[in-house]
Design a binder for this molecule. Structure first.
Ligand code: PMP
Length: 453
């Protein structure tokens, strides 16, 4: 039980022996279903033979090089693939060990870009409330912490990191007078924030195109990111998208922002992170993607990126990610993501909304293989703690997050407890049926144990 201090649920979690696709076999032979790819990671399922073969071949040849002195072909090929797939949005990529590191890299690159542009006074970042950008001190400073990070509150940097409202249309758009009026008020708030901070002191605005861990899979209404892009351009700040959770195909397009209905050029970022579905869980890896503007700005006068870790561009991680990305292409998995998305939605609605569970389920939202389920605000804080335990009883692995009641001053509308479903891109309809059946039964048992049903 040496690692039990890591676990967030009040029972000792089962220990896994092996896994294949969405199935995880425990040490005692019991088989569990992985409903959301761990932390929404496994893009091609567990232990796909093509990816395993690629890693095995690489391990036999070369396992480590320090990327500051010599490059490796998996990293070069992966960067090339990502750039080629970006339809001109990006022209370079660097690789890190996880999402938080890639967000840190985005922040440092931003600062270096303005330093070399002779605008060293640009030192402030603007993020959104209830976003999630990582678990290190500076990424938490960016997001203002979350319900789990109270012990570290004193360490956050409040001078350089600032926030505007969360984008949460479900409970706010109607109140604001509809989507268009809601978007207009959010863009006005961002403009006001630049003015308040001093427009030439802001270096970047950072946002998740689909808000993930902090809000439970929330899309911004049409027009929001076009508005954000215009404000960043108006004040000369960079626009950073954090697609660690929502990117690399989860939504059925390579980049999540491409699924937002905007015209590509009007919403393109200057920098972008990607993470979970890049390596699909086969190795720790995340990336930072650079637009031409930023990479040119960094490379002027013989300069180079002043940022790197011992394991940046790690050859085994890049090998694994390259194999995952090639597999997504060779098996046309984005087609399956696009086809299965509406099926998941239909099945979720049938099981959770057209049933006795309806009073407990406030919203079902998402797309592709990324779905959020928000429980009713009335039961906030009650469901999230127990639901994963009842999922265990169904041999289903799922995560749930406690919501937040409305603020006293109503500056935040409140959000019910939420959970997500994020199966791999190659999930079948039969597997979706099985996941949703177990999910509904676990919810029903949770509610019964709380004497709510
Ligand atoms: N950004 C986003 C949008 C994320 O969802 C996460 C992880 N959930 C991170 C950054 C941090 O990634 P990691 O946990 O790999 O450090």
């Amino acid at each position: 039980m040496t690692s039990s201090i890591l676990h967030r649920i009040p029972i000792q979690p089962p220990i896994a022996r092996e896994a294949k696709g969405i199935y995880i076999t425990l040490e005692d032979g019991n088989v569990f279903i992985d409903a959301c790819g761990g932390a929404l990671v496994t893009a091609v399922g567990h232990c796909h033979p093509t990816v395993i073969r690629a890693i095995e071949e690489q391990i036999g040849k070369l396992t480590f090089l320090w990327s500051m002195s010599v490059s490796n072909s998996p990293a070069e090929e992966l960067a090339k693939l990502l750039v080629e797939d970006s339809d001109g949005a990006f022209n370079a990529a660097t690789f890190y060990n996880g999402g938080s590191e890639s967000v840190e890299a985005a922040m440092k690159v931003t600062k270096q870009y303005f330093f070399q542009k002779n605008e060293p006074q640009r030192v402030k970042f603007i993020a959104r409330e209830r976003s999630y950008h990582g678990d290190t001190i500076s990424t938490l400073s960016l997001t203002g912490g979350n319900p789990y990070t109270a012990p570290f509150n004193d360490l956050y940097d409040k001078e350089h990191f600032h926030r505007v409202s969360a984008v949460y249309p479900f409970r706010n758009a109607a109140k604001a007078g509809g989507d268009a009026a809601y978007v207009a008020s959010l863009i006005r708030e961002l403009d006001d924030k630049f003015q308040e901070l001093g427009p030439d002191t802001v270096c970047a605005f950072i946002a998740e195109p689909i808000a993930g861990a902090g809000l439970g899979i929330v899309k911004a209404p049409d027009g929001y990111f076009e508005g954000v892009r215009k404000i960043c351009d108006k004040y000369g700040a960079l626009l950073i998208y954090d697609e660690v959770l929502c990117g690399q195909g989860r939504l059925g397009t390579t980049h999540a922002w491409q699924s937002l209905g905007g015209k590509d050029r009007a919403v393109r970022p200057d920098l972008q992170t990607i993470g979970k579905c890049l390596g699909g869980g086969y190795a720790p890896i995340a990336a930072l993607l650079f637009s031409q503007k930023v990479s040119d700005g960094i490379k002027i006068n013989g300069n180079w990126l002043r940022h790197g870790h011992t394991y940046s561009n790690h050859i085994l991680s890049c090998t694994a990610a390259l194999a995952v990305q090639r597999l997504i292409k060779s098996e046309n998995l984005l087609e399956n993501v696009n086809a299965i998305g509406p099926y998941i939605e239909k099945k979720l609605k049938l099981s959770l909304k057209d049933s006795d569970l309806a009073p407990f389920v406030a919203d079902i939202r998402g797309g592709g293989t990324l779905w959020g389920i928000e429980f009713s605000l009335e039961f906030v804080g009650k469901i999230a703690g127990f639901f994963p335990i009842f999922c265990y009883q169904e041999n289903l692995l799922a995560v749930a997050v406690p919501g937040t009641p409305p603020n006293d001053d109503l500056s935040f509308s409140g959000i019910g407890d939420y959970t997500s479903i994020a199966p791999p891109f190659n999930v079948s309809k039969e597997e979706v049926d099985m996941i949703i059946e177990k999910f509904s039964r676990a919810l029903r048992n949770t509610l019964k144990s709380l004497q709510l049903l």
